[in-house]
Design a protein around this ligand. Structure first.
Ligand SMILES: Nc1ncnc2c1ncn2[C@@H]1O[C@H](COP(=O)(O)OP(=O)(O)OP(=O)(O)O)[C@@H](O)[C@H]1O
Ligand SMILES: [Mg+2]
Length: 321
């Protein structure tokens, strides 16, 4: 077994739904509903699924930006879920995030230099001179120059701003980067450049990535393994090539069919998955996907499928149990 950087067991995040004048609890949104997975050192784990399936919540739970309702998160064999403040500070140096919208995540009133310096100041890292030196180095790593350091976020293009977001994530020399849809807001022509940059940086610094996207196409090339989420659950996880060539879960198969085909001769239009996405506040009984599944059987309506491990290809579907 290769060394694991992260291990997640039975992770849950339920948000209460309150209402009425007394703010009574009316129910809960099962944003993340009992998921388990691990991430090996140096690999990229892709996480995909439709909007609202719990991808960002998972990312935030891993950094403990929000508290889990249940479950365990081990980072380098240390439990994150019950760490003291000072231990957590150390972990937050080692785990950094890159966000979808670099404009919203970069303070518009600060210069690039101030933005990049901030994580070092927060973590009490380096002297002023050392910090300035690192800003310069990281700008170069992401393909910008030190003369950009006195400029403000609005003076950059979307792709450049995401480069700044990546540089900021690198400042504290993290081990794990959680990238939450880092290229979704960018023009298609720029997406590949940013993905290539992230790949290069990963090799150069030996980083581990969790790469979140709603589109299987985006994560394919950058991911070693890919996990597919549906309504807060992880329904399939396998090596990237295996998942694309041999998808087992009907939901994954439907998602793959929904990936737009760029070849105009194929004339295959984007086929969206049929049926409406149910609400995570009121997920279907049994298998959460059964209301939209072409292969739905009686058992799927009542019993939640248990995850099966088929030679490292994990799938939670009654067709395989
Ligand atoms: N603070 C919150 N309070 C209540 N519900 C929340 C909260 N944050 C997220 N949710 C709900 O949890 C579910 C999962 O949200 P999440 O943002 O993790 O989805 P996502 O997969 O990242 O979606 P997207 O692709 O749109 O970014 C959604 O139904 C969302 O409405
Ligand atoms: Mg999200």
């Amino acid at each position: 077994m290769p060394e694991l950087l992260l291990e997640v067991n039975g992770l849950k995040k339920y948000y209460p739904i309150t209402g009425g004048i007394f703010g009574r609890k009316l129910g809960e949104v099962k944003a993340v509903d009992n998921i388990s997975f691990y991430v090996k050192k140096g690999e990229t784990l892709g996480i995909v699924g439709e909007s609202g399936c719990g991808k960002s919540t998972t990312g935030r739970l891993l950094m403990r930006l929000i508290e889990a309702s249940d479950g365990r998160i081990l980072f380098e064999d240390k439990e994150i879920t019950n760490m003291s403040k000072s231990e957590l500070r150390k972990v937050r140096r080692d785990i950094q995030m890159v966000f979808q919208d670099p404009y919203a995540s970069l303070n518009p009133r600060n210069t690039v230099e101030q933005i990049l310096e901030e994580p070092l100041i927060v973590h009490g890292m380096g002297t002023k001179e050392e910090r300035k030196k690192r800003v310069k180095e990281m700008l170069e790593v992401v393909g910008l120059s030190s003369y950009h350091s006195k400029r403000y976020p609005h003076q950059f293009s979307g792709g450049q701003r995401q480069r700044i977001g990546i540089a900021r994530a690198l400042m504290t020399k993290p081990k794990l980067i959680i990238a939450d849809e880092p290229v979704s807001a960018l023009d298609v022509s720029i997406q590949a450049q940013v993905l290539n940059l992230m790949s290069d940086i990963q090799k150069e610094f030996g980083l581990t990535y969790i790469f979140i996207a709603h589109d299987l196409g985006v994560v394919r090339h950058i991911s070693d393994r890919v996990g597919v989420m549906y309504l807060g659950r992880l329904i399939e996880l396998a090596d990237s090539e295996e998942l694309y060539e041999n998808p087992k879960h009907p939901y994954t198969q439907a998602l793959l069919n929904a990936v737009p085909v760029p070849d105009p001769d194929l004339k295959k239009q984007t086929s969206l998955i049929e049926g409406e996405l149910p609400s995570p506040a009121n997920p279907p009984s049994g298998c959460a996907f059964h209301t939209r599944c072409k292969e739905c059987m009686e058992i799927c309506k009542t019993q939640r499928p248990v995850e099966q491990n088929l030679n490292g290809h994990y799938v939670a579907c009654h067709l395989y149990s």
